[in-house]
Design a protein. Structure first.
Length: 114
C-alpha cells in the first residue's frame, strides 16, 4: 500500500504535523483488474493460435489421408488389372497347350497313315 504525506493546510504557521494518506483502494483494484485482463487477453490469443495450428494440422492430416486413400484405390485397381491379365494369360496358356496336344495327335495320325 502506498502512503503519501500530506499537510493540512489552512493559514496558520504550518505547525500542524503531516498526515499519512493511503492510496485509493480503487487504484490498486484497477491495476489488478488491468493485469488480469491483460493476462486473459494473452491467454485467449495463445489459445486462438493453438486452435488455428490444430485446425491446420487436422486439415493437413485429412488431406494426407485422402491422398493415401486415392493411392490405395489406384493400387487396388492395378492389382485387379494384374489379376485379370494373369487369368487371361492362364487361359491362353491352356489354349496353347490344347493346340499343341491336337497338333501332336495330328502328327501322330499322319505318321501312322503314311
Amino acid at each position: 500500500m502506498l502512503l503519501l504525506l500530506a499537510g493540512c493546510g489552512g493559514g496558520g504557521g504550518g505547525s500542524e504535523a503531516p498526515k499519512a494518506v493511503s492510496a485509493s483502494p480503487s487504484a490498486t483494484t484497477t491495476t489488478a483488474t488491468n493485469a488480469a485482463a491483460a493476462n486473459a487477453a494473452s491467454t485467449a490469443a495463445a489459445n486462438t493460435a493453438a486452435q488455428r495450428a490444430a485446425e491446420q494440422a487436422a486439415t493437413q492430416a485429412a488431406s494426407q489421408a485422402n491422398a493415401a486413400r486415392n493411392a490405395a484405390n489406384q493400387a487396388t485397381a492395378a492389382l485387379q488389372a494384374a489379376q485379370a491379365a494373369a487369368r487371361e494369360a492362364e487361359a491362353k496358356r491352356a489354349e496353347a497347350e490344347a493346340a499343341n496336344k491336337r497338333a501332336a495327335e495330328a502328327e501322330a495320325a499322319l505318321q501312322k497313315a503314311t
